[in-house]
Design a protein around this ligand. Sequence first.
Ligand SMILES: [Zn+2]
Length: 213
Amino acid sequence: MHRRIQLKKHLHRFASAEFGTLADLRESVRSSPPGILIVGCAEHDLAPDMLSFADPGQCTVVQNLAASIPRSDQPYDSTVAGIEYAIVLQRVREVIVCSHLCCRVVRYWMKQPILNGDSDPGCRFMANARRVVDRFYHYTTESERQTLMICEHTLYQLENLRSYPFIRNRLATGQLRLHGWVVDDRSARVLAYVPMSHQFVTIEKIAPRKRIS
Ligand SMILES: [Zn+2]
């Protein structure tokens, strides 16, 4: 089923030229070593690198709670170290921030007051995705609210990624491309962010069963 999730236009401004396509990913995976980094959630039901166009193990994977990335003015952590290693030393050309619709971490963060400060990804989620969805979006069910928060959370992580000079420099010279993905766990289909229309839309393609397309 084709899905389309419309997001508010005023909350994020990304340059379309900084985003890659499925064709870019297919091309990068054919190079040696494959130049794809996936930042995914630690409790993703499917392995984030189970992609229809790549074999398991071909992509570099960094996993943590809800694919969270701190901003450059927040404490440097193992997630940023993993991302920097992949981009600077392994020279990956594509970065996928990969969230998923059935995220139990996000479900927990939606309900709990998280008081550990800005270095806690749950705290950042409250201040960013949870705040803007409750303030700017109209939703009628908790499921809709969760979907919107997961999409907004993904965009905040892409913004945080862009706060690092080693990312921005490579984006400016075309050495690196961004990809914002939300996986539908039930169908293993990918919704990819399109900056031009501020939407997450289904990546249409034929995929083998139980492999993320
Ligand atoms: Zn999750």
